[in-house]
Design a protein around this ligand. Structure first.
Ligand SMILES: Cc1cc2nc3c(=O)[nH]c(=O)nc-3n(C[C@H](O)[C@H](O)[C@H](O)COP(=O)(O)OP(=O)(O)OC[C@H]3O[C@@H](n4cnc5c(N)ncnc54)[C@H](O)[C@@H]3O)c2cc1C
Length: 327
């Protein structure tokens, strides 16, 4: 069957990679995202006086295909290696972690990579898709902001977390519904903080096992960032789950106090964010889901593993499979 016009819901790394694979095969692709920017969980906050990466902190490239694409991003200047000192830090004991694997970051912020990647693509931002329906053998999309969109699509891709996909999948597609509903994502409360004096901790990023944090990092040790101290501290999934119903204000009191104990410096400015669907508990190891007869595909990190590489791989494999099946 001929497929020409494809709608991709979600402009995170999975949606972008899927769209790229489809465009390379000559398909017409439109990406939709509820946010005003691409990148999803690979995101950065930009305030008037400071910035911080508040989702994915860096990425690595393990598979051959992803290594190739990573090298092309390096050449184009979309990313740079982060050569900061990364340690494990528990009970004040600092232990170096493996530095043989390169860690990459978007420049000048994590989400700059996604912005560069979609520069030549058709993306509709600030469109929260809240309904997809089949009308005369084509897919129609509706968004909270605009109602039903004019375009019709031959095929729909959902590149969004499983709970959000389950909300959109038509009820009669029970198989896809069940898979999405049975996949558990873990939350992550995140604190980003700006300090106006130097923090003398002997590392730039630390994996931690002590509650509440599992990771803290110095944004200003990453390449092409400003010089002031800006840190990101992520709570572990158990703590985040325990405080999932608390307000930002309540959580900030706890996280700021715990963070200040580690740094010995007061946080000058800060903000918290709850990533409700931060990482998958156990990936499905299926790469992607495709219902050929209904012409609906699903990709995302939660199918492979919760990394930038996992998300990219899932989207790319789905795109390539669609190119093989549908001319
Ligand atoms: C706190 C945190 C730290 C992390 N740290 C790392 C790390 O250091 N290294 C690493 O490799 N990975 C890390 N990850 C994981 C990594 O960020 C994800 O695996 C990856 O970004 C997921 O990409 P995705 O495209 O599958 O999903 P997402 O990035 O979630 O993209 C989904 C997109 O869909 C949009 N969307 C959702 N619903 C709708 C809708 N109804 N209509 C329109 N748009 C919609 C969203 O706005 C979003 O842009 C981290 C994640 C979190 C949350």
């Amino acid at each position: 069957m001929k497929i020409e016009n494809i709608g991709v819901i979600g402009a995170g790394m999975a949606g972008i990679s899927c769209a790229k694979a489809l465009v390379q095969a000559g398909k017409k692709v439109t990406l939709f995202d509820k946010s005003a920017h691409p990148g999803g969980r690979m995101s950065s906050r930009i305030f008037e006086h400071w910035t911080a990466d508040h989702g994915a902190q860096y990425f690595t490239a393990k598979g051959d295909s992803f290594k190739l694409i990573t090298n092309s991003w390096l050449t184009k200047g979309f990313i740079k290696p982060w050569l900061g000192k990364i340690v494990s830090y528990n009970k004040n004991e600092v232990v170096d972690v493996d530095h043989s694997v390169l860690r990459y970051v978007g420049v000048p912020a994590m989400n700059s990579l996604a912005k560069s990647l979609v520069a030549d693509m058709t993306v509709q931002f600030s469109q929260t898709i809240n309904k997809i329906e089949k009308v005369k053998n084509s897919w129609k999309l509706s968004s909270k902001e605009q109602g039903q969109h004019q375009d019709s699509f031959d095929l729909i891709i959902m590149a969004i977390p499983p709970k959000q996909a389950a909300d959109l999948i038509p009820k009669k597609m029970t198989n896809l519904q069940e898979i999405c509903l049975n996949t558990k994502m873990l939350p992550c409360w995140t604190l980003i903080a700006y300090q106006d004096s130097d923090i003398t901790l002997p590392f730039d990023g630390a994996f931690m096992d002590e509650s509440p944090f599992s990771w803290i990092a110095r944004n200003n040790s990453k390449p092409s960032r400003a010089n002031y101290e800006s840190w990101t501290a992520q709570a572990n999934s158990e703590w985040s789950n325990e405080y999932i119903h608390y307000s930002n204000y309540e959580v900030e009191l706890l996280l700021v106090s715990a963070f200040e104990k580690i740094t010995g410096q007061p946080c000058k400015l800060y903000q918290s964010h709850l990533w409700r669907y931060a990482k998958v508990e156990s990936p499905r190891n299926e790469s992607f889901l495709l219902d050929q007869s209904n012409r609906i595909g699903i990709c995302g990190d939660w199918l492979v593993n919760s990394t930038i590489e996992g998300a990219w791989t899932s989207g790319e494999m789905l795109g390539k499979q669609i190119n093989t099946i549908f001319v």
